[in-house]
Design a protein around this ligand. Structure first.
Ligand code: ZN
Length: 223
């Protein structure tokens, strides 16, 4: 029986390596777990190194093990607008799903302008959190820093198709929206006047067209 040591376990999905006490099962390349040697900067004296490391999805930075996080492993050059499962994370009994609501083909078309992005954030958050069926399961909705889309986090282990009806409802509502943008007052927002409802509706309409008739490549990241 091998002694329990500090081990890292490679998850089935990129970016899901975890650490703990255990038995390193297989040190061969492609093995599912590995002893943490000194090269990891985390544990000294374990000694044995694994041939498969450092594997391409992880690296050591200043002695701290860092994963190349899952969303940076998606080939953005082949990504088209769509609804993708970015990741699922489990916390105790609860699983939450992060959706990548991609509006723009990255690095190929102009990104969403900031005022429209901001308006879509206000409208989206308002609609989603008030939704009768899904409202209580909405963890987060907000824009990507690259301005090519949004992240939506929902409670549950979900697939892209699970989110489609909710997203269609949301963007039908955005396209038809008239009146005062929710939360766009100085006391309610950090930059309240930076809004563009017209452009938000234009972007929403464009995204809605994809949502109404998604192709397989709009629902799964490029392999
Ligand atoms: Zn705001």
């Amino acid at each position: 029986m091998k002694p329990a040591v500090k081990v890292g376990v490679l998850g089935a999905e990129p970016g899901t390596t975890s650490f703990g006490e255990g038995v390193a099962e297989d040190h061969a390349e492609g093995g599912s777990s590995f002893e943490l040697g000194p090269e990891w900067g985390l544990e000294r004296g374990v000694g044995k190194t694994c041939r498969g490391f450092p594997h391409m999805n992880s690296y050591v930075l200043r002695g701290v093990y860092m994963e190349k996080i899952a969303s940076f492993q998606v080939d953005h050059l082949r990504l088209v607008p769509g609804v993708y499962v970015s990741r699922r994370d489990r916390f105790g009994e609860t699983t939450i799903t992060t959706f990548d609501l991609r509006f723009k083909a990255p690095n190929k078309e102009p990104v969403i302008d900031v005022p429209a992005l901001h308006t879509l954030e206000h409208l989206g958050a308002t609609f989603l959190r008030s939704h009768g069926e899904w409202g209580k399961r909405v963890v987060y909705f907000g824009p990507m820093g690259c301005r090519t889309g949004f992240y939506l986090i929902l409670e549950g282990a979900l697939d892209s198709r699970d989110a489609l009806p909710l997203l269609r409802e949301l963007f039908e509502w955005v396209v038809a929206f008239e009146g005062e943008i929710p939360g766009a007052k100085p006391a309610e927002c950090g930059n309240y006047s930076e809004q563009n409802l017209g452009m938000a509706k234009w972007e929403g309409e464009r995204y809605l067209a994809m949502l109404k008739n998604p192709r397989p490549e709009n629902l799964a990241y490029p392999a």
